[in-house]
Design a protein around this ligand. Structure first.
Ligand code: AHR
Length: 505
């Protein structure tokens, strides 16, 4: 069997694993909200219409922070439409997704859901059709205890305590030609700076995300970040990045996409650091990678125009084994940049390119990408380690020669748990990971999980909800400070090793 060499050393700490790296995203889009997390009348719905079966799956998945309400949706959204008595809320056109928005689910419903799901809310403000005043108003409505018209309105609408929302996106993908209210970098940068300043004047404890480019390929990438940050660096804490990948002609290109994602993250860091140097800042900006996933986007763009519908079935991609393995490699890229990526939101949580799928009035189930997301969120603890991996090459027509194995590791000094996340991208060959644990005193292998399949095109469905799952296996062998982990072709693996911490002090 081919082999890859992996070196684990807790002295190679990259940075703490921020729990916000395991976030997700709920947008008013398609069936993410309506018939996704919220479906009054569903047999599993609670008295407020929240689906309990979906909440159970969300709690099992374990996202830590959830972005809301968009996405492109936010750029023509009036947040006031979604508060107050439901019977009085207006029905509107959602221009982003050509949908009818009844506003029966809004801010308070989301906050109730977030508390039941045990997630931190992360809100986006509309800088497409609206501006500084509405952004500051929303912070006031959410975070002030009372004594002003807006804060008192929240109390009157049923929330006596402030929502205390910490993380705020100052707009969404404002560079995109598809965005309602698209702006030039200069116009967006000036507006975002003023909106951020006003929002922080309302609540100085909030953390703000400026919009980076909507993808790496867009022609303005790099220049957009530089211009926007020249206006906003002093007012914001994070710059956003968004990335979606899909399989096109050659599966090896898709399996190698994590290498491209690494380059994208490093390019965003370079652009932010350019402004840091130019303006003589001491503080490095961190990244909010607040939309990422596999998305079969080219199929979506070929669809014929639709009429106005409420909660149409949009981008409900069915994920297979390859998609789950690629998602595993993206999680590795995120952990391997834990020194600069502070927030990451897999997009989206339910139905829309999602780990959780539902049928209206029917079942909810886990897609193939659910288990890598769940187990990395559960097992990645302590600090992320710089993890040298020397692996055989895999040739991708698009990206050239890339290592066939992607790896990430976390080390929890408190508990002595080492967690390793390994992906074999090779479509044909099994590879043995030979892991040198030289600086540790391992006492045994803990959990070992693998996700692969003889049929890499297998998917889960309402009829076969557990066809593709991460399975517990016991194939890893520990010999002193040497661990061997067999990695089947096209697979994602998580393995934990219990180590003696006393010998490290
Ligand atoms: O997640 C789907 C869409 O992708 C979001 O609304 C938008 O921000 C991005 O283009």
């Amino acid at each position: 069997m081919r082999s890859a060499r992996v070196v684990v050393d807790p002295d190679f700490a990259l940075g703490a694993v921020d729990r916000r790296l395991f976030g997700s995203f709920v947008e008013h889009m398609g069936r993410c909200v309506y018939t996704g997390i919220f479906e009054p009348g569903h047999p599993e719905a609670d008295e407020t219409g929240l689906r309990r079966d979906v909440l159970d799956l969300v709690r099992e998945l374990g996202p830590t922070i959830v972005r809301y309400p968009g996405g492109n949706f936010v750029s023509s959204y009036r947040w006031e439409d979604g508060v107050g008595p439901v019977a009085e809320r207006p029905t509107r056109l959602d221009l982003a997704w050509r949908s009818i928005e009844p506003n029966t689910f809004g801010l308070h419903e989301f906050m109730t859901w977030a508390s039941l799901a045990d997630v931190e809310p992360m809100l986006a403000v509309n800088l497409g059709t609206r501006g500084v005043a509405e952004a500051a108003d929303l912070v006031e409505y959410c975070n002030l205890p009372g004594g002003t018209e807006l804060a008192d309105r929240r109390v009157k609408n049923g929330a006596a305590d402030p929502f205390g929302v910490k993380v705020w996106c100052v707009g969404n993908e404002m560079d995109g030609p598809w965005q309602v209210g698209q702006k030039t970098a200069d116009d967006y940068g000036k507006l975002a700076a003023q909106a951020a300043k006003a929002m922080r004047l309302v609540d100085p404890s909030i953390e703000l995300v400026a919009c980076g480019s909507s993808n790496h390929e867009i022609a303005s990438f790099g220049a957009w970040e530089a211009t926007v940050l020249e206006h906003t660096y002093e007012y914001v804490d994070y710059i956003s990045m968004h990335a979606y990948y899909e399989e096109t002609e050659d599966v090896r290109d898709f399996l190698a996409a994590g290498v491209d994602l690494d380059r994208f993250i490093e390019d965003v860091i370079a652009a932010a650091d350019y402004v840091k140097a130019k303006q003589r800042h001491r503080r490095s900006l961190r990244i909010a990678f607040d939309e990422w996933n596999v998305w079969y986007q080219s199929a979506y763009h070929q669809l014929p125009p639709r009429g106005w519908e409420h909660a149409p079935a949009l981008i409900e991609d069915d994920y297979n084994v390859v998609d789950a393995v690629v998602v595993g490699s993206f999680l590795n890229s995120i952990l391997n940049h834990a020194d600069r990526v502070a927030i990451a939101c897999q997009a989206q949580l339910v139905n829309i390119i999602a780990p959780i799928r539902t049928e209206p009035g029917g079942a909810a189930w886990r897609q193939t990408i659910f288990d890598p997301l769940r187990h990395v969120a559960r097992l990645a603890r302590g600090v992320a380690l710089r993890l040298p991996v020397t692996a055989p090459d895999m040739i991708s027509p698009k990206y050239g020669s890339v290592p066939a194995v992607s790896g990430a590791a976390t080390w929890d000094e408190e508990t002595g748990q080492l967690s390793l996340f390994l992906v074999n991208r090779d479509p044909e060959n099994d590879i043995a990971a030979e892991v040198d644990l030289r600086a540790l005193t391992p006492s045994g292998v803990g959990e070992q999980l693998v996700l692969n399949g003889e049929d890499v095109r297998a998917t889960n469905s309402a009829a076969e909800p557990d066809r593709v799952r991460a399975r517990p296996v016991r194939t890893a062998r520990l010999d002193g400070a040497h661990l061997t982990v067999p990695l089947p072709a096209v697979s994602w693996t998580a393995v934990t090793v219990a180590c003696d911490t006393a010998s490290r002090h």
